[in-house]
Design a protein around this ligand. Sequence first.
Ligand SMILES: N[C@@H](CCC(=O)N[C@@H](CS)C(=O)NCC(=O)O)C(=O)O
Length: 200
Amino acid sequence: MQLISSQASPFVRKVHVVLAETGQSQEVEVIEAMTTPINTPDHVRAANPTGKIPALIRPDGPALHDSRVITRFLDARAGGTLYPEARIWEVLTLESLADAIMDAAVLITYEGRVRPQEQQSDVWKNAQWGKIRGALEAINTRWMSHLAGPFDASHIAVGCALGYLDFRHDARGWRAGVDALAAWNESFQTRDSMKATAPA
Ligand SMILES: N[C@@H](CCC(=O)N[C@@H](CS)C(=O)NCC(=O)O)C(=O)O
């Protein structure tokens, strides 16, 4: 299998963490890609028509895309426990919330790095940050008991989302007002799979 990848992408990081946690890291060849909303390399488009990464190229079926599809596929492939049937709707909903944090955070990054300076909008960036704040507060008030429970794919997604906020948007201080989540994150980032995949 080949994983179209970028070290900085929080969505790609989710996949690498799942590979590590399920013992499959050696089964994937990493193909690096530099992709932005306005510049899609051909090999990325061939695997995902929307030009987004990660994409997982398989020898025996169509390429998979969207990190949530790939992580669930890899967990099933390994007979893993990251998507437990008994809590599946909670796991998927919290993973979706974490992915939404990543979506908004990546859009802020692109606004600053890809869009020409004169076209950039602080109103728009701050609105994206508002979505992130709302998600952080919701996790801090409603999801901490889930995060305190058995390890699953939603933990990985939340950890990767928070890691990306530290990596690209540290100056915005996401920890303010979400103490329980910040404390959980402190400990979660010490997992071997998280340390091995930290963006640099
Ligand atoms: N929903 C997608 C989001 C993936 C995504 O936005 N990836 C970014 C990199 S972090 C990307 O490929 N952006 C290029 C683009 O928007 O065309 C997933 O979960 O895989």
